[in-house]
Design a protein around this ligand. Structure first.
Ligand code: 13P
Length: 423
């Protein structure tokens, strides 16, 4: 070359400098993507998690929680629905009917499945997962293995009639998450349960510590396998406490939850929260929708970082004289109507019972009711989309109401053992 050796060395240093500057920039960007936490996941996984989370949080859309371990009709809280035989065949037939509802993806971004459903087919032999995908929705998978009612030794019995509990399923979660991803799941759900009792000091610090650690560990494992985790620390409404006690404890639990997620390097931009709404106990002094909305949003604003893209409520159990579907929609609508401009996240629904009750009672296990049942599901999903936009008109969506109401099974733990073997 016509360049002398010293010039060549200078050019080499220059090139090396540019390369180093680029590498540094890459590291800065990657660690920025982690919100400053040590980098633990490669950039392509972060990008995929963020993309999935963004799709799940599409404007006015929410989740259909279809991950009940037994037939959803057992939890719907309706006397007639409870008569439908709880067989694997009926579960597949009901769920394929739901997932193939025309236009469901106008309101539903993701469908949470039970492990059994992930591998089920409809009557024509089509994978249920494919029905969901072709319908324009994202399949998700419930990966917790519920809890043993024997609970955490040394904790008192709460309003559910058993001690505080610890959720199972971490041991083989890494493999199960990978398997679920391979089958088409792109997000996951794990639920931990906390009970309230002001006199007994529930939830205890021990139960809160166990809950938030378990959920954070689950979330980090799921993210490593490219699944967006739904983090669900659920305070159940059973008991006679007032709404203020629920507000105080919800805030305490959520603050602890986000500290644990940070400790476990969870990438907030690629995760979503599924909390309880702040409400009075089922047997406590009644708080109206405005109080529920105000105290729920206040607890969330104080604890949930804006980096997390979405919050999706469970509907939860209601009193026997209440219409659980309508109440869940009105509460969500009130929050978005009063506070939309103040909230940095997508505030939406991940309802099980509150999306399916009228649908199930319309279906009642009969093929000839399919079109009407789909219409009912579509209408309820639409009502909740309206609630996300803060515009639902109470009473405008047909519901079976409180007719035939029976106690809802909070989560049929008694049915999980039979199905556990399939997890
Ligand atoms: P709900 O039936 O209370 O809406 O519950 C949904 C859910 O998935 C709870 O984990």
């Amino acid at each position: 070359s016509h360049l002398g050796p010293r010039t060549r060395t200078r050019i080499w240093y220059l090139g090396e400098g540019v390369l180093r500057a680029e590498t540094n920039l890459y590291h800065i960007m990657t660690s920025l993507a982690h919100g400053g936490l040590p980098s633990v996941l490669p950039a392509d996984i972060l990008a995929e998690l963020k993309e999935t989370a963004t799709k799940l949080c599409a404007p006015s859309k929410g989740f259909l929680a279809a991950d009940e371990s037994a037939g959803p009709w057992l939890r719907a809280g309706h006397a007639d629905a409870k008569q439908i035989p709880d067989t694997a065949e009926n579960r597949a037939s009901y769920r394929s009917m739901c997932f193939s509802t025309p236009g469901l993806s106008d309101h539903i971004s993701g469908v949470i499945l039970h492990w059994e459903t992930l591998f089920q087919k409809d009557a024509s032999g089509k994978d249920l997962v494919d029905i969901i995908k072709e319908g324009g929705m994202i399949p998700g998978i419930k990966v917790d293995k519920a809890y043993d009612k024997k609970g955490i030794w040394g904790t008192p019995s709460g309003p559910l009639g058993h001690p505080e509990v610890s959720t199972r399923g971490l041991d083989d979660l890494q493999q199960r998450a990978a398997e679920a991803y391979k089958k088409g799941a792109r997000f996951a759900k794990w639920r931990n349960v906390l009970q309230l009792d002001p006199e007994k000091g529930l939830p205890s610090d021990l139960a809160i510590a166990d809950t938030v650690h378990t959920l954070a560990r689950y979330a980090s494992i799921c993210q490593s396998e490219r699944l967006v985790p739904i983090v669900e620390p659920e305070i159940v409404p059973n008991g006679s406490h007032d709404i203020a006690y629920c507000a105080k404890m919800t805030e305490k639990v959520l603050a602890a939850q986000f500290a644990a997620l940070a400790l476990h390097h969870v990438y907030l931009e690629g995760a979503v929260l599924k909390p309880n709404m702040v409400k009075n106990g089922l047997a406590g002094p009644k708080a109206d929708a405005e109080a529920v909305a105000t105290l729920t949003v206040q607890a969330l604003l104080r604890t949930v970082p804006p980096a997390m893209p979405g919050i999706f409520f469970l509907s939860g159990e209601t009193a026997l004289d209440e219409d659980n579907e309508e109440i869940a929609t009105i509460n969500l609508m009130t929050m978005n109507k009063l506070f939309k401009d103040k909230m940095p996240w997508h505030l939406s629904f991940s309802y099980g019972k509150a999306l399916q009750k009228t649908c199930i009672v319309t279906w009642l296990g009969k093929d000839e009711n399919k079109a009407a049942a789909q219409k009912a599901l579509k209408a309820r999903a639409n009502a909740n989309s309206d609630a996300v936009r803060g515009v639902y008109t109470p009473g405008s969506c047909p519901s079976v109401g409180v007719d035939g109401n029976v106690k809802q099974a909070a989560r049929s733990e008694e049915h999980t053992s039979e199905l556990q073997s399939r997890i």
